[in-house]
Design a protein around this ligand. Structure first.
Ligand SMILES: *Cc1c(COP(=O)(O)O)cnc(C)c1O
Length: 487
């Protein structure tokens, strides 16, 4: 397929403007004007429409295909919530519109949405209050560990520099702790897939600021030592952080605040009906227990006694701003719509069906791939190892390419790091039994091919516009024009 730059011909345009009938009095100084013409595509409107429509058809997304990318919760986002988010009363708002003055209260509705979503999440997850501002999961983590730092600082405990992180935690956890100025210490996972309590006990002293547990952990397992780990860390004077990005596994069934966590982030763009991927807008709200409320970022949305809503900025101990204005409002709005659509009865069914789907896939595939779930019921995703196939020189990446050959999006591979040749499959609650069966069948065929004809994998994928790339070169010396030439 040609690039849009290669279409059309010199002088062709997509629109014609009338000749200028006023003097050219641009205020841009001569020194700042370009001396050569911008090399923009010169194509007709029809050329451009066809170009982008054909490109969009090459797009691979949830609206076209099953997408079992582990730890990402690529579930279907009902279009109804997209319609709510597109209502002009919301999309035409500007963050600097007046909040409160009578007659000018144009943002009251938006503030109410933020306030009500915050209240619903606090109740659902067992926290005192949420900040809705963080713009991604990892941004929520950073906010959360900054709150932990602020708490210790206010208590005069400046020697608490160490953040304990199990090796089954998400990779962003140590990064966030390091950015906030903590040293990180790894805690091993025991043979059942839980935090190793003996190792945890041995690490506890007055240098410990807290622990960051990923719940469920990256083996797709519920950490049965969660309460004990939180208690032990509390006794040692530290705080407990919950990485709740994979809330889809427990939503409506468990309130992490009740388990002993002091602070938690969730990913609205995973669990709450918001599209994600491609670096699009996200939201990673952070919930806190009572003792961390004073440090929450500003601004905060408050409800006044007369029923109106207002942004508050005056909190002496706040960590300050972590995002402009109120965070990614349209994601919060989708979340609100989703929560109201599902209600108290619908919300627990998310996790019930997500866990059921993952265990269905696990049971059907466990004789064909090595199961990394330690013989346990998994949560929202199941983790396998391709170690058996690797003995025939068919690695996790080859299995991913074989799935692409069959038109199926691969699972997450080589993550978590504690599983060799990891295949992390998250089917989500929105897929039908038929879709899961189709995937399972494809995986079994792949396992058989790895026994019978392992050489064949090197030719995959052959059904896509671009075949197998040198992945290092693709990252380091990306050459789009050359790629386009291959198609
Ligand atoms: C996705 C994920 C994150 C990071 O979220 P981003 O929005 O990508 O920053 C953190 N922890 C876990 C467990 C995740 O699955």
């Amino acid at each position: 397929m040609k690039l849009v730059f290669d279409k059309g011909s010199p002088g062709r345009t997509g629109s014609s403007l009338p000749k200028m009938d006023v003097p050219d009095e641009s205020r841009i100084p001569q020194s700042l004007r370009r001396s050569t013409k911008a090399e923009l595509p010169e194509a007709s409107e029809l050329d451009v429409i066809r170009h982008f429509l054909l490109l969009s058809r090459k797009n691979f997304g949830l609206d076209t295909h099953f997408y079992p990318l582990g730890s990402c919760t690529m579930k279907y986002n009902p279009k109804f919530h997209e319609r709510i988010a597109a209502l002009p009363g919301f999309t035409l708002l500007h963050p600097l519109l007046p909040q409160l003055r009578r007659g000018g209260a144009l943002t009251q509705g938006a503030l109410e949405v933020i306030y009500e979503t915050e209240r619903l999440l606090s109740n659902l997850l067992g926290f005192k209050q949420f900040t809705m501002q963080p713009l991604a999961g990892a941004h929520g983590e950073l906010t959360g560990v900054m709150l932990i730092a602020a708490h210790h600082k206010a208590a005069g405990e400046t020697g608490r520099k160490v953040m304990l992180i199990p090796d089954s935690a998400h990779g962003t956890n140590p990064a966030s702790a390091a950015v906030a100025g903590f040293e990180t210490k790894e805690i091993p996972t025991d043979e059942k897939g839980n935090t190793d309590i003996t190792a945890l006990k041995a690490s506890l002293d007055n240098s410990v600021a807290g622990i960051m547990l990923t719940c469920p952990n990256t083996l797709g397992l519920y950490d049965q030592n969660t309460r004990e780990a939180c208690n032990l860390v509390h006794e040692a004077g530290g705080l407990a952080y919950c990485d709740g990005a994979n809330l889809n596994a427990i939503i409506g069934r468990v309130r992490p605040g009740d388990l002993g966590f002091d602070v938690m982030h969730i990913n609205l763009h995973k669990t709450f009906s918001s599209p994600h991927g491609g670096g699009g807008p996200g939201a990673g709200p952070v919930g806190v227990a009572d003792k961390l409320v004073p440090y929450l970022p500003i601004s905060r949305v408050a409800k006044r006694s007369d029923g109106t809503y207002a942004l508050e900025y005056n909190h002496d101990n706040t960590i300050g701003y972590i995002a402009p204005f109120y965070g990614n409002f349209s994601i919060i709005l989708r979340t609100y719509a989703y929560l109201l659509t599902l209600g108290r009865e619908g919300i627990p069914r998310i996790s019930e069906n997500a866990v059921l789907s993952a265990n269905y896939v696990r049971q059907k595939l466990k004789n064909h791939f090595d199961d990394a779930s330690r013989e346990r019921t998994c949560m929202h995703e199941c983790v396998f190892s391709a170690a058996r196939q690797a003995r025939n020189n068919v690695h996790a990446i080859d299995i991913a390419k074989a799935l692409i050959e069959k038109g199926i999006h691969p699972p997450t591979i080589y993550f978590p790091l504690i599983v060799k040749e990891a295949l992390m499959i998250e089917p989500t609650e929105t897929e039908s039994r038929e879709t899961l069966d189709h995937f399972i069948e494809a995986m079994i065929e792949i396992a058989e091919l790895a026994e019978e004809n392992p050489e064949k994998f090197k030719s995959f994928p052959s059904t896509t516009p671009v075949g197998r790339l040198d992945e290092t070169a693709a990252a380091r010396n990306l050459d789009i024009a050359n790629l386009a030439g291959q198609q």
